[in-house]
Design a binder for this molecule. Structure first.
Ligand code: ATP
Length: 793
């Protein structure tokens, strides 16, 4: 390690040298990573950001709060203990070592005169009782410096790495804490006494651990170690591959094929990916498409690099997790590529652990296929709760193309095991896809995505699959897998994302191809980010979507504007809440000449919007044949204006929805004149749930009876009709040559009207259906109604 030591004070020089000496003789391995000290010395260190920086801006710039800076600030303030928490390989050790190196170089944390770095893995291997003084001597502090350390503990910073490795976790209540630095106590008591402040009271601590719930120390600040978000990954790839074009190629490939997995934030995983990509690119080989293929490539490379004759036995021993010295003594020179070995190999206390959880699960899956072992159900049950990717790897390896390179090296996979997996996958997916548990559906899609076989997707997703259930609240990985499945199928009838709470730009981008291939998309009750709306818009403009439900999505005017950009060529928009501010956009889409059908159900369109709409209707560019404005408070003035637009000669509108629009009698009168005018092409008029009574609706009966009226469907549900309207109603039906459907639900018609209504339906040749549900009929007329099959009641 080549830190320049000349400029350091003698004490620092000693501690720094010893710290470096203390670093176990770590070497760079494909799965383990480049040792932190080599990362730091070779200027490959990438500064991580804090969760706050992530929230405020994902494209973090230099001024964003860095993790290192946050630690420095915390240690120079009130907080005496900083707990760094992050998953496997997230960069905790590297952050700690950088901290110590920066101190030793005199760059940071200069308020401390002594910095001690303890690795719990190493302390664990110290047996018997230990005093603080002996521990420090283990860390090579010269005896003459000891009194200085003990006299001014506030000048001391202790760094504890791998606290999760602690065998017995420090718990103050379980120990009598020690306060005498020369007293020999158990190692667990020693650590607990330091962290709880009974030893070296006033000293500061930085502790790193994988996520642990029960970790609390006095005056402590927790900090999440996020690993590499996208901007840091980009910086890392650029540092790894010196050629920018190669870096970009590698990064783009990783983001496309793996970027949706959480573990991509792990710097250690990024190192492994970069390393294997480099090997493959140098050899002119294809880069892996799936997580399984990536692990096949890694394992093949590791095996080839070993000088090991019994590779099949080695893989079996690792996969069966025969993690004991006896098994591994046979493969001593080889296991280091896969395992971390703590303690003396010849002692019972020697502990083996997998460097990569992913590789551990991958080896388990390989083992399942290598020889006849237990059935797949039993195997998955046995590991339930401890594994995350086992079924994915099984799925990937069950496809010949993916496993072939391994078979060439080991031997052919057992065909019974492959058949067993395929049987399980088929039957469990069939069951899953009949049900309505979205998480199970998503899991099935993840497995299909991993298998990467279009043929298999078509085999598994049969027409009986319930793919129309709500897939709301998808994760990024769900979006990618669903897109894969829909792309293989070629189309999807309904993409139901009802109640999605957090539809981000990233998710929308991943799901865009699936959206383009869906006939209907439901986003009802969802919350879409601005970025997501713009991906939705472009997906719609490219795709086949005919129906889009954005009801209760509270899109708002700004997002609606963005959506409109994609709607120029879209056939239909259903239900979104808009206000007056969106009118200009709306009118411009409506008159674009490309939209064919438009529904603005349940918006917040008011009278003022009607003025814009009317202008649009009167313009020569209006080409829509359907307009749905139901559930908008248009008001009398607005609705009358609209009628004016409709009476324009040449207005092509054939279907108009004005349900629950607070319409009044004068509006019905105007609608009636419009229908009789001879200029209207309206075939369907939906004006239910407007309380205008017999008098109001009479204008429509008169219109229906008029020879110029072309209406085929009239909906006057819940308009307060009584028996008094029936004479006009029957006259209208008899006179009309076009009317086919009459919707009369939820009115106040009674038994006395029934004979006339049945008669008129029987006499009419045009009429196909009259709906009389929820009127005031008694049971006595039910038999009569039953006789007329054109009446629903
Ligand atoms: N900030 C960084 N810049 C560049 N590389 C990094 C950084 N952090 C980590 N790495 C790389 O990732 C590897 C793993 O990181 P590190 O050992 O620090 O993780 P960890 O969180 O301590 O993991 P574990 O929980 O397994 O102990 C390092 O060896 C190094 O190669």
């Amino acid at each position: 390690a080549e830190i320049s030591l000349q400029a350091l004070e003698p004490m620092r020089t000693v501690i720094c040298l010893l710290f470096l000496y203390e670093l176990p003789s770590r070497i760079s391995t494909l799965l383990g990573g480049d040792p932190p000290i080599s990362v730091i010395n070779n200027n490959k260190y990438i500064t991580q950001v804090t969760p706050e920086a992530q929230v405020t801006d994902r494209n973090v710039d230099d001024s964003s709060p860095s993790l290192d800076h946050a630690i420095h600030t915390a240690l120079s303030g009130q907080s005496k203990t900083v707990i760094l928490m992050g998953p496997e390989g997230s960069g905790k050790t590297t952050t700690l070592e950088k901290l110590v190196v920066d101190w030793a170089k005199g760059e940071h944390l200069q308020n401390f005169s002594y910095v001690f770095y303890f690795r719990v893995r190493v302390i664990n291997s110290l047996e018997g009782a230990l005093s603080l003084e002996t521990l420090m001597q283990h860390h090579h502090i010269p005896p003459e410096s000891m009194p200085l350390v003990l006299q001014k503990p506030e000048d001391v910073l202790c760094v504890f790495d791998d606290l999760d490795q602690y065998k017995v976790f420090p718990d103050p209540s379980a120990h009598t804490l020690c306060s005498d630095p020369s007293q020999a106590v158990s190692v667990s008591c020693l650590i607990a006494s330091l962290l709880h402040g009974s030893l070296l009271k006033g000293a500061a601590f930085v502790v790193a651990t994988r996520p642990k719930e029960s970790l609390e120390f006095p005056n402590s600040t927790r900090m999440e170690v996020l690993g590499f978000l996208k901007p840091q990954r980009e910086a890392y790839f650029n540092g790894f591959f010196t050629d920018p074009a190669t870096a970009n190629k590698a990064l783009t490939h990783m983001e496309r094929t793996l970027g949706f997995y959480d573990f991509c934030t792990s710097p250690r995983f990024c190192w492994t990916v970069c390393s294997i990509y480099k090997i493959l690119m140098d050899a002119g080989a294809e880069l892996p498409e799936t997580l399984t293929q990536l692990h096949v490539d890694i394992l093949v490379h590791l095996i080839q690099a070993l000088n090991e004759a019994r590779v099949r036995e080695l893989v079996l021993a690792l996969g069966r997790m025969e993690l004991d010295c006896f098994s591994f003594h046979r493969f001593l020179s080889s296991v280091g590529a896969f395992l971390q070995v703590d303690g003396d190999l010849d002692s019972d206390a020697c502990v083996f652990s997998f460097t990569s959880q992913l590789m551990q699960e991958f080896l388990l899956a390989v083992c399942f296929f290598l020889d006849k072992s237990e059935g797949v159900e039993k195997m998955l049950e046995k590991h339930k709760g401890h594994v995350k990717f086992l079924d994915l790897f099984l799925s990937g390896l069950s496809e010949p193309v993916q496993r072939r390179p391994l078979e060439t090296l080991l031997e052919e996979f057992n065909s019974d095991q492959i058949t067993d997996f395929k049987r399980w996958f088929k039957s469990s997916s069939e069951e899953t896809l009949k049900g309505c548990y979205k998480h199970e559906h998503h899991r099935c899609f993840h497995l299909l995505h991993q298998a990467h076989s279009k043929k298999l997707v078509k085999e598994i997703i049969t027409p009986s699959a319930q793919t129309g259930i709500s897939y709301g609240d998808l994760s990024l990985q769900d979006c990618v897998a669903l897109t894969y499945v829909v792309t293989c199928l070629g189309e999807m009838e309904l993409l139901n994302l009802y109640g999605t709470r957090d539809f981000t730009k990233e998710k929308a981008e991943a799901l865009a191809p699936a959206m383009s291939l869906s006939h209907k998309i439901f986003f009802s009750g969802s919350s879409l980010s601005t970025g997501a709306v713009s991906h939705l818009a472009s997906a719609l403009s490219r795709g086949i979507t005919k129906e889009l439900d954005l009801s209760y999505a509270r899109l708002g005017d700004e997002k609606f504007k963005i959506l409109c950009a994609g709607l120029r060529d879209c056939k239909l928009l259903l239900a979104c809440r808009l206000t007056e501010a969106s009118c200009d956009e709306l009118v411009s889409v409506l008159t674009s000449g490309a939209s064919q059908l438009y529904v603005l159900f349940d918006s917040e369109l008011t009278g003022a919007c009607c003025r814009h709409l009317t202008e649009a209707l009167m313009s020569e560019h209006w080409s829509l044949t359907e307009l749905e404005l139901s559930v908008n408070d248009l008001g009398q003035e607005g609705a009358l204006l609209l009628c004016q637009g409709l009476s324009q000669t040449g207005c092509p509108l054939e279907k108009l929805g004005l349900k629950r629009c607070e319409l009044t009698q004068p509006v019905f009168k105007e609608l009636g004149s419009l229908l009789k005018s001879g200029t209207s092409r309206l075939k369907s008029l939906i004006v239910g749930i407007n309380k205008v009574g017999n008098q109001g609706v009479k204008h429509l009966w008169d219109a229906v009876a008029h020879p110029s009226c072309l209406l085929e469907e009239l909906d006057v549900e819940m308009t307060d009709l009584t028996d008094a309207c029936v004479e006009d109603l029957c006259a209208a039906v008899r006179a009309s040559k076009t009317l086919k459907i009459l919707e009369l639900r939820n009115n106040s018609l009674t038994d006395v009207s029934v004979p006339a209504l049945i008669q008129v339906m029987q006499d009419s040749h045009n009429m196909q259906e009259m709906n009389l549900k929820y009127n005031d009929f008694s049971d006595e007329v039910l038999d009569m109604l039953y006789e007329c099959d054109k009446i629903r009641y």
